[in-house]
Design a protein around this ligand. Structure first.
Ligand code: PLP
Length: 459
């Protein structure tokens, strides 16, 4: 076995890590953590350090680590048939079964699922299919996509453009012209703090209407949104947001993509975030929770309304010119089947709702009065603690102080992983669905210690 020092050296010399400060890492100023194993909600590194992972990897290991049923399904599939493609009507028992399992769980207007590898490529697929759809309908101008500031939809060229976070655009020449952004439904950060929640929703609607009027509805194909903003700060929408936004989209014949990469398969305590908020999407993006990240797999679920037009398109133009080598990869599909079965067998959607409610309640009780906690918010098994310099008047810390990162580092020192969200001083929690109430108590207790260590007397 290699020494940890040797691995750390090779890591710095050879490994280009995603979402990492490259120069600091190469210079050895940031930690290299080599993970060796994991079980339940805990991961363990090569130094034997055991950590409670309250972010489920990247909110993806929803069933928890070390599930033998999924590992065995993957192994059995690899032994029997590691790969065959899914072009021109080919498939495997696993991919056909998984398509049916997904459609059985999805909202009733959904018709088919196209498989990819990750959330980014699934959203790229969505945009291409929507452009194709409008071309078949004879609307070649109707192509722009509206996304929200603080939305996260991936890191590709179009999907990185859809993502509404500065770091993902800066120096990458993004966003591309076809992507335009509107107001984030982020009530706590509303510009006009005198607005009530209802007034703020009306403001978001007015902003959307104004954007559509400026651009012309005949140039706008779709609106994409996560049911709950994820990477942008873990922000549940203000009450009434989704019905109000959907009414505008319907009026202007603009399709809706629900990006359920984080919320799909139970994170909000319902199978889909769309069920939770009454979202009637034309496409749904799924990834992470589809396999609980035991193997890479994503999907674009297409509604019947779109499917009938896509079918017509191929009658007129020949086979759909869109395919990945690894679409419906048998190992990913086998992992997906085993994962969805496990979620059902262990009632994990219900557990996510119940334990998530306990997490949010306990966090409120423990930190709700802290002078540097501006807001504690969440839904299902998602929770965020937003740190502020002052609660009243609401004053944010200077970003350069990296308060969120300092608190998450202090929490790591206590043995708990929470994520410092990339924009704002926001501590994010998105644990596996198998989290217990006792583990919630540990997470919350240690979070209090970490917050107090960095912000002792209301810094
Ligand atoms: N959409 C949402 C809502 C996400 O949170 C993510 C990733 O975090 C993506 C899309 C992109 O998925 P991936 O990183 O698998 O490409």
């Amino acid at each position: 076995m290699l020494h940890n020092d040797q691995l750390a050296q090779w890591d710095r010399e050879n490994f280009f890590h995603p979402s990492t400060h490259l120069a600091q890492h190469a210079r050895g100023e940031t930690a290299t953590r080599i993970i060796r194993t994991a079980s339940g909600c805990h991961i363990e590194d090569r130094d034997g350090v055991r950590l409670l992972d309250a972010f489920a990897g990247l909110y993806c290991v929803n069933v928890g680590y070390g599930r033998q049923q999924i590992a065995e399904a993957i192994a059995a599939q690899a032994k029997e048939l590691a790969y065959y493609h899914s072009y021109v009507g080919h498939g495997t028992e696993a991919s056909v079964t998984l398509s049916k399992m997904i459609l059985d769980r999805a909202p009733s207007n959904m018709s088919k699922v196209y498989f990819g590898m990750g959330g980014s490529d699934a959203n790229e697929t969505n945009i291409k299919l929507i452009w194709y759809y409008n071309n078949i309908l004879g609307r070649p101008k109707k192509k722009k996509i509206i996304s929200r500031w603080r939305g996260y939809h991936g890191s590709g060229i179009v999907t990185g453009s859809l993502t509404g976070l500065e770091l993902f655009h800066k120096k990458f020449d993004l966003p591309v012209d076809q992507v335009i952004h509107t107001e984030a439904p982020y009530y706590y950060r509303r510009a006009d703090t005198s607005q009530t929640e209802a007034q703020f929703v009306a403001h978001c609607v007015a902003e959307l209407e104004a954007l559509i009027a400026r651009e012309g509805a005949d140039t706008i194909a779709a609106f994409i949104g996560e049911p709950v903003l994820g990477t942008g700060g873990i922000v549940p929408p203000p009450r009434g947001y989704w019905p109000a936004i959907q009414a505008v989209l319907k009026k202007h014949d603009i399709l809706l993509i629900a990006d359920e990469v984080v919320t799909g398969f139970g994170r909000l305590g319902t199978m889909f975030g769309s069920d939770h908020y009454g979202i009637e999407a034309d496409m749904i993006t799924i990834a992470k929770g589809l396999t609980s990240a035991y193997a890479p797999l994503s999907g674009s679920i297409v509604s019947e309304k779109m499917w009938s037009v896509l079918e017509r398109g191929t009658d007129e133009n020949g086979p759909i010119g869109h395919g990945w080598t690894y679409s419906a990869h048998p190992i990913g599909a086998a992992a997906g089947v085993a994962n969805l079965k496990l979620i059902d067998d262990l009632n994990l959607v219900e557990n996510a709702g119940k334990v998530g409610a306990y997490l949010n309640k306990t966090m409120h009780e423990a930190l709700g009065d802290h002078p540097n906690v501006g807001e504690i918010r969440g839904e299902g098994m998602l929770c965020a603690v937003e740190l502020v310099k002052d609660r009243d008047p609401r004053t944010f810390f200077d970003a350069a102080n990296k308060i969120g990162a300092q608190v998450s580092a202090a929490l790591l020192g206590e043995g708990v992983i929470a994520r410092a969200m990339p924009q704002g001083d926001i501590l994010g929690f998105a644990p596996p669905f198998c989290l217990t109430n006792a583990e919630v108590d540990e997470v919350v207790g240690k979070t209090v210690k970490a917050v107090n260590a960095v912000l002792p007397a209301g810094a």
